[in-house]
Design a protein around this ligand. Structure first.
Ligand code: THU
Length: 130
């Protein structure tokens, strides 16, 4: 299954009764494995958990840590940009040149690299202190 098909498929499982905005995300790792995530909202915190965060959680739960490619899809007039928190979460496990494809269900795609999504990212090197 392509990353696009994996993201499309999991989007159908999104739990988005508050926003009515279903998002699907799929990650391919350096081993070639694919992990899927959808957004899951709840009444107390209607923004819930993003699709990208769900896919990252599945990846980590499987013991994987190295993102090679990301695909995010939603029914939206333009490809949906990941929220700030998700950009940081993706950057935790991906090098700056990793491609993130943002897509609409209508077929529009936009590709961005992680370094473009989160320029000037905070990383562990800033904690060196010396
Ligand atoms: N959402 C995602 O899952 N990923 C994104 O990249 C943007 C936003 C979700 C969170 C919430 O469930 C809904 O979309 C509206 O913000």
């Amino acid at each position: 299954m392509t990353l696009k098909d994996a993201a499309r498929e999991v989007r159908e499982n999104a739990h988005a009764p508050y926003s009515n905005f279903k998002v699907g995300a799929a990650i391919r790792t350096s081993t070639g494995a694919v992990f899927q995530g959808c957004n899951v909202e709840n009444v107390a915190y209607p923004e819930g958990t993003c699709a990208e965060a769900g896919a990252i959680a599945a990846m980590c739960a499987a013991g994987e840590r190295e993102i090679a490619e990301v695909y995010v899809i939603a029914q939206s007039p333009a490809p949906v940009p990941p929220c700030g928190g998700c950009r940081q979460k993706i950057a935790e496990f991906a090098s700056g040149d990793v491609v993130v494809t943002l897509a609409t269900t209508g077929g529009v795609e936009k590709q961005m690299r992680v370094a473009e999504l989160l320029p000037g990212a905070f990383d562990a090197s800033f904690m060196d202190g010396s």
